[in-house]
Design a binder for this molecule. Sequence first.
Ligand code: ATP
Ligand code: MG
Length: 356
Amino acid sequence: MGKIILTGDRPTGKLHIGHYVGSLKQRVALQNSGEFDKIYIMIADAQALTDNYDNLDKIRNNLINVALDYLSAGLDPAKSTIFVQSQISELTELTFYYMNLVTVSRLQRNPTVKNEIKLRNFETSLPVGFFTYPVSQTADITAFKATTVPVGEDQLPMIEQAREIVRSFNGYYGETLVEPEALLPKSGAARRLPGTDGKAKMSKSLGNCIYLSDEPDEVKKKIMSMYTDPNHIRVEDPGSLEGNTVFTYLDAFCTDKHFEEYLPEYANLDELKAHYQRGGLGDVKVKKFLNNVLQEELEPIRNRRKEFEKDIDGVYEILYNGSVAAREVAAKTLSEVKEHMRINYFDDLELRNKKN
Ligand code: ATP
Ligand code: MG
């Protein structure tokens, strides 16, 4: 059995540096490693509609934004199939059959669902579609027989849920589906990058993001007003790294080479951290360093985006072609699923020719 990747993003906004370090950067590396037989990248518009059913324009307009972010970050349609979830109706069919294999209480216990319900104030008005999105996510993953799902930490309970559904399906109906594994970034900071406000994970819904497409002056402005250690008032004061967002971002993005280039008085991040904790190192200096690091990472992405923006029609064509290719694969899995569930009445000659 080959190694297959499926992963994706909701088209609820432009992609930010949390998506980038949490998943996108790794996807591009995996795509270029040649280690995977197939790579499917899905824009999860149907999932995004479960909590944006009353805001259709948001989803419609952000589809192209996410596609542009993908291409500018280095996803290559010649190597990865980029497609749009809603165009693959087989995924909805699979979801319906998988729903029988999950209990309401199991979904209620899913920590990500719990958290997201709270975040959206859905306690008393929870759409059934939103509540069951882990099931639809299982359909997305299994339709492509994905073995590997590169995601940020918040998605771990989703992958666990998918594995349970696969085991249950295979147990009832015979070996059909593949159990996926999550692939997290190595750096802990990249698994759940906090927002610039330091409060929670960077998230499109919370407005605490640095976007991949932000102009250089916007990036700088956001960095210079970022949350650090509130007790680090004077330069000579000892500073704390705990919950200090600037250092978390450095953990996720900077390398020793960046020190050589922009801050040669330190050999590496450990030395910078030690100085900060000792006292005598101001926030502004650290922020300026982070700005250099991020500008270097974001500049080529921003430039490529501007090129792709010149041919929006061509980008839609990429999504269309990807969706056609993805649909063929999902249709094959759905037909296997129906066969194993014994609802393939018209293809089953034995059944058709049975004498009563
Ligand atoms: P929304 O607020 O609409 O849910 P989001 O910013 O959480 O948007 P998603 O589209 O839900 O983004 O997530 C896409 C992928 O990016 C997932 O794999 C998720 O784990 C990862 N991801 C999202 N935010 C972060 C983050 N702050 N740090 C690391 N990974 C992240
Ligand atoms: Mg999310």
